[in-house]
Design a protein around this ligand. Structure first.
Ligand SMILES: CC(C)(COP(=O)(O)OP(=O)(O)OC[C@H]1O[C@@H](n2cnc3c(N)ncnc32)[C@H](O)[C@@H]1OP(=O)(O)O)[C@@H](O)C(=O)NCCC(=O)NCCS
Length: 246
């Protein structure tokens, strides 16, 4: 039996204030059908199929983000699920632990949280739901002692990438995951990021080879510059010291 759980409360002016009738709760087994239907609707309408590639086993994916392995938060308006977001607490030894994927020292894999999938129905976009749900997931990870929070994101999903960067994550790594070109965005909730602003690279967001190389060379993506027909990513040199994770 899963233990009762209440998401941390949020400041009154934040969060769901833009949608007066909305409420949030943790999804349970009985919410699987609504969660799956929301995903069907969002995935069918993606402007680029690379934004989100569905997991092979939906039921297993849902179960992997339920207590104690993680949590899935749902936002409801008038009884309808309009958005969800997942956080996972992977085993240190799990092959898909993103700490392992990006080459963090094995001692740190137990501190990793996966900031996994988040989807919002088109009619409810632009209310900062993704960013709000991101904040809450970072809090949940912190409460679990998981201070290295990581999200996988498509190189073409500028909106999602923008929101991750706005909430303080940085692009730590770019490479292939399950045959897909992906960034791994990271926030170290304990130590933050230390970088040299004087050593900057501006890279096209679709220049896969250059983005991979920037990560390998110790640069971190911290911001974006939107141009008329391209998005550029701003990389700065990551300063390593004895307390930084990598
Ligand atoms: C990505 C998604 C979750 C965003 O949800 P949302 O709740 O509408 O997002 P928010 O309201 O929190 O985001 C607002 C921010 O995005 C920015 N934004 C909007 N369009 C943008 C674009 N084309 N490029 C970059 N940023 C954009 C807004 O300016 C705002 O940022 P600001 O406050 O700095 O101005 C939603 O669009 C969605 O479900 N997409 C399909 C599924 C998906 O891609 N999920 C993510 C990967 S699992």
């Amino acid at each position: 039996m899963s233990k009762p759980f209440t998401p941390p409360s949020l400041p009154p002016n934040a969060a769901l204030a833009g949608i007066p009738d909305a409420h949030m709760r943790v999804l349970q087994d009985g919410d699987f059908a609504a969660w799956s239907a929301l995903r069907d609707a969002v995935i069918a309408a993606l402007p680029d199929p690379d934004f989100y590639v569905r997991e092979d086993d939906e039921q297993a994916f849902f179960a992997a983000h339920a207590s104690p392995h993680g949590e899935t938060l749902g936002v409801f308006v008038g009884g309808q699920l309009v958005a969800y977001a997942m956080v996972g607490f992977p085993d240190a030894a799990a092959p898909d632990n993103l700490g392992r994927v990006i080459g963090l020292a094995p001692a740190l894999h137990g501190a990793v949280a996966h900031v996994s999938s988040c989807m919002v129905l088109p009619a409810w976009r632009g209310h900062r739901l993704q960013r709000t749900l991101l904040d809450i997931r970072l809090m949940l990870a912190q409460m679990q002692g998981r201070h290295l929070c990581m999200a996988m994101v498509s190189l073409h999903n500028h909106l999602s990438c923008h929101n991750l960067l706005r909430q303080g994550l940085h692009i730590a790594w770019t490479g292939m995951i399950d045959g897909l070109q992906r960034h791994v965005a990271l926030i170290d909730l304990r130590h933050g990021l230390h970088f040299d602003m004087g050593d900057e690279l501006l890279l096209r967001s679709d220049d896969y080879a250059a983005l991979c190389e920037a990560g390998r060379a110790g640069y971190a993506g911290i911001g974006e510059v939107r141009e008329r027909d391209a998005v550029l990513l701003r990389y700065v040199r990551h300063l390593h010291h004895e307390r930084s994770p990598w």
